[in-house]
Design a binder for this molecule. Structure first.
Ligand code: AMP
Ligand code: MG
Length: 489
């Protein structure tokens, strides 16, 4: 475990041709101070958690003190936003400092989010507000706790800088951590500007540093696409399994690593609603909960399209190769999602009727507006009365329960074993909107940041019952009905 000064940094992305990025020094905020440092992320990176108490971390990350190896850049990319191609996006408020090289020789990108204007800021101010920073900091930890691939947030900072949104808010910043911040949109940028040499450079860079095993395949580029299709399909199946709604699945918000990235107006389902739209600005419901798997394929098609010149010089042959890979998405997704369904119900043996049993349950949950997380947890705890109380049509639920009991009787595991395994897939605690909102209100109104710490520790072990925290697993209070989240943050 090392102290910050002992760490070695580099920035391999900044050695790519200049078209890939724009160099910027991060801008600190007025009276910037450390709000929360995530010790488990630090440990993952090989940073001594003792650093958690350091206030001069601000100087280090905003480069008021020189840090050898940092070479800060904003990355250039484009992407499909709400179905429309936008020719240039890029990091409008994020700055990639470089990669941390730890003792295990792992490379981790460290990126500041909210560090000032860049070449790609357009009309934006390059800043992030406290509200959205808290949400991202919390959700990164929550997703990791759930075992879902995600970017991480090492630390978050507050300030007394005024930031203008619908109202005056305060500026904040976080250190985002990921294997890399390469997005589907990174490839799209070079394809649509017809810079095929740069496209190849990006693909080679991605393969060399992050997917070296794909080089072994006959066609490394196609192998890369295949990997991204698999990891993205599996990622989205895991989102569906915990009721996570991303909110802005634009192709620039999709990671080449198949990890969840860009936490904006995300949400976890409270009452089960298959068409739930968590983003208030998504008027058409393009990114509704049940659309996510389909949108995953749309985004992968955008990536595949952008990679076409890499597959074959002949566009038709290239398209054939890409189409054949994309055609596998649905099957990969279904396989992962069916496995999720079985595990959520505590089934091991694979029987064709299991998916129907699960879907009928969801159908009843939809009708009764049953709380998604709470119900599956009650089912995992074999609490039949509590389960039954979630439904309006009790006789229908009783009928379902009888069929479920019959199905369970065909399993060879003991009830204790089954319960234990169900409690490892059906979380007791998820980052419900109202829980994040409580932490935000305490931070904004009282400069009290203790709830952030409490939630991070709770959500880092979301499957374990935690004494005294029972109320965090409950349905949202009535006031939470009025909460809305949108892209503006
Ligand atoms: P998002 O939907 O949050 O991923 O943002 C879409 C694009 O807008 C990205 O290129 C962001 O970098 C950019 N952006 C979002 N907020 C700001 C801001 N406050 N200042 C500058 N650029 C921003
Ligand atoms: Mg984004």
């Amino acid at each position: 475990m090392q102290r910050f000064e002992e760490l070695r940094f580099d920035n391999i992305y900044a050695r790519l041709p200049p078209i890939f990025y724009s160099r910027h020094q991060p801008a600190g905020l007025n009276n910037q101070f450390l709000i929360h440092f995530n010790r488990s992320v630090a440990e993952m990176l090989g940073i001594d958690p003792v650093e958690a108490g350091r206030q001069d971390l601000v100087d280090l990350v905003t480069m008021n003190k020189p840090v050898q190896g940092f070479d800060p850049v904003a990355m250039c990319y484009s992407g499909h936003q709400f179905g429309q191609y936008v020719p240039r996006l890029g990091d409008g408020r994020a700055i990639l400092l470089g990669q941390l090289l730890n003792d295990q020789q792992a490379r981790w990108d460290l990126q500041l989010k909210g560090a000032g204007r860049t070449l790609y800021s357009r009309q934006g101010d390059g800043k992030a507000v406290l509200r959205s920073t808290i949400r991202e900091h919390l959700c990164s930890a929550a997703m990791h706790g759930l075992g879902i691939p995600t970017t991480h947030s090492l630390a978050m900072f507050g300030s007394d800088e005024e930031v203008y949104r619908e109202q005056i808010e305060t500026g904040a910043m976080l250190i985002r951590v990921a294997p890399s911040h390469i997005r589907f949109g990174s490839f799209e940028y070079f394809f649509y500007t017809q810079r095929y040499e740069d496209l190849k450079t990006l693909a080679d860079f991605t393969l060399e540093h992050y997917f070296p095993e794909c080089w072994k395949e006959q066609d490394g580029y196609l192998g890369l696409l295949k990997r991204v299709i698999e990891s993205t399909a599996e990622l989205i199946a895991s989102w569906q399994g915990v009721g996570f709604c991303h909110g802005v699945m634009n192709s620039d918000n999709m990671s080449i690593h198949g990890i969840t990235i860009d936490y904006g107006p995300f949400g976890f389902l409270d009452a089960y609603d298959t068409g739930h739209v968590c983003n208030h600005s998504d008027y058409q419901g393009r990114y509704a909960f049940d659309q996510q798997p389909r949108i995953g394929l749309f985004n992968l098609s955008c990536l595949a399209q952008a990679m076409l010149p890499l597959f074959n010089e002949n566009p038709e042959s290239a398209a054939e190769l890409a189409t054949a890979e994309l055609a596998k998405y649905e099957q990969i997704f279904e396989k992962a999602w069916t496995a999720q369904k079985r595990r959520k119900l505590g089934l091991v043996a694979e029987r064709p009727e299991d998916a129907t049993l699960f879907d009928q349950l969801l159908d009843m949950m939809q009708q009764s507006q049953t709380d998604f997380s709470l119900f599956f947890r009650q089912l995992s705890e074999s609490n039949p009365q509590a389960c039954r109380d979630n439904f309006i049509q009790r006789d229908r639920f009783d009928d379902w329960s009888r069929r479920y009991a019959k199905r369970l009787s065909q399993e060879s595991r003991s009830e204790t074993e089954r319960r234990a395994s169900m409690q490892k897939i059906n979380p007791k605690y998820v980052l419900r909107n109202y829980l994040a909102e409580n932490a935000i209100r305490m931070a904004e109104d009282e400069q009290d940041y203790t709830e952030i710490d409490r939630l991070i520790s709770l959500l880092s072990s979301p499957f374990d019952p935690q004494p005294g925290m029972e109320h965090y697993a409950q349905r949202p209070p009535d006031w939470a009905n009025t909460l809305s989240v949108s892209c503006s943050s």
